[in-house]
Design a protein around this ligand. Structure first.
Ligand code: PMP
Ligand code: GLN
Length: 393
């Protein structure tokens, strides 16, 4: 019988050859951790600080109480897949078959990993636009693939289609796009989709379109979902996240739209990565998205937050870059300091009690342009406090 409760764990004595030797902890975890330790206002990791819909909570509660607490079907609750199909049809005019073309995932991160795992073989190449969300490249590398980086250049962070074809080789398997774009807030335009269509024509390349911010797009700019373009949609995985759409990042519920042959491959990996995602949440969301009012307000809602944040920080020495979507605002601090982005972000957190994310963390070579990303998915009170701090720096 073991009675002692202070047994010391010994370290593993064998050898582990890291599969991701150059990868540390995600910058979002680091900056949020730092914010908590230093009691700083946390505008780093992207998450809202206001409550989610009570109606949605009561719907999920209803399904929990009714006993919907066991495994969901592997591809997702059918009612949710059907509700997504009709939402997508209303928004983008295209029909995805709930049975064979829509899969529910445990957030977009799991969707992205499962798609990449289904597609990328050793030596295959994936093209990623930088600055890039942090999960794309490691997922490619874990599956033996190589990442080729295309640079988006400030101030507009648009794609340089002239230099792009040089990145394509016979091994190119995947191009990952993200619009609205994290961290820059730039958005793809119809001419970008036309270029993508031209370049991938007659090539065996698949597109992963990360559209988690589809509803967070401003100034009446339409969201150029890949779904709107049947020729490209026929070779694309389109990824969405209810965490973003319903202010519930902790719920980790997302989805993938893709033609049936691509979906069949995705489901092969999805079933072993997670098998299925949270059952009552899927039922609750299915009922909730039936009503367009529950998401149609989002563009205006977040546009007002962006505008308020910009107005409040106008007297500061921080210079905002253009933000057309997402809930992130990039600020240029070159008029204040020439410290490296990470050093400056850490100092702001410790000394000024405001946390942000250095945009350099979104580059594999940590390019430093004196840019910090601030999340404005916050209450008016938080945004005012943040602006007060920033105006004093
Ligand atoms: N893609 C992008 C561009 C994101 O910003 C996020 C944010 N978390 C994700 C994917 C992952 O979404 P989820 O929280 O649903 O996994
Ligand atoms: N997408 C969020 C961001 O960009 C964070 C997600 C995460 O913490 N992995 O801040």
């Amino acid at each position: 019988m073991v009675t002692q409760n202070n047994i010391m764990m010994e370290n593993y004595k064998g050898t582990i050859t890291s599969k991701l030797p150059n990868v540390g902890t995600s910058v979002f975890a680091i900056m949020s951790g730092l914010a908590t330790r230093h009691k700083a206002l946390n505008l780093s990791q992207g998450f809202p600080d206001f409550p989610i819909s009570e109606k949605l909570i009561s719907l999920v509660h209803k399904y929990m109480t009714k006993g919907f607490n066991q495994y969901a079907p592997m591809p997702g609750v059918l009612a949710l897949r059907q509700a997504i199909a009709s939402k997508v049809k209303k928004q983008y005019g295209i029909e995805y078959d709930p049975e064979t073309e829509i899969t529910i995932t445990a957030g977009a991160t799991q969707a992205i990993y499962s798609i990449i795992a289904a597609l990328i073989r050793p030596e295959d190449e994936a093209i990623v636009f930088e600055p890039a969300y942090d999960s794309y490249a490691p997922a490619v590398k874990l599956n033996g693939g190589l990442v080729k980086y295309a640079q988006l250049t400030a101030p507009n962070f648009s794609i340089d289609w002239k230099s792009f074809p040089a990145l394509i080789s016979s091994r190119t398997r995947l191009i990952i796009i993200n619009s609205p774009h994290n961290p820059t807030g730039s958005v793809l335009k119809p001419k970008d989709i036309a270029e993508l269509k031209r370049i991938t024509q007659n090539r065996d390349i698949v597109i992963l379109s990360d559209e988690v911010y589809e509803h967070l797009i401003f100034d009446n700019i339409p969201h150029e979902s890949i779904c709107r373009y049947p020729e490209i949609a026929s070779k694309s995985f389109v990824v969405g996240s209810f965490g973003k759409t319903f202010h519930a990042t902790g719920w980790k519920t997302g989805f993938v739209l893709a033609p049936s042959n691509l979906t069949a491959e995705l489901r092969k990996t999805h079933q072993f990565v997670v098998f299925a995602s949270n059952t009552p949440i899927q039922h609750g969301i299915a009922e909730f998205i039936d009503n367009e009012e529950n998401y149609n307000y989002l563009s205006m809602f977040y546009q007002a937050k962006r505008d308020m944040f910009l107005e409040l920080i106008a007297p500061s020495k921080f210079k905002p870059l253009k933000c057309s979507g997402t809930y992130f605002q990039v600020l240029d601090y070159s008029a204040i300091s020439d410290e490296k982005e990470m050093d400056f972000a850490v100092r702001l957190t410790k000394e000024h009690k405001i946390a942000s994310v250095p945009v350099s963390s979104f580059y594999h070579k940590n390019n430093d342009y004196k840019h910090l990303r601030f999340c404005f998915a916050k209450t008016e009170e938080t945004l005012k406090k943040a602006a007060q701090i920033l105006c004093k720096i």
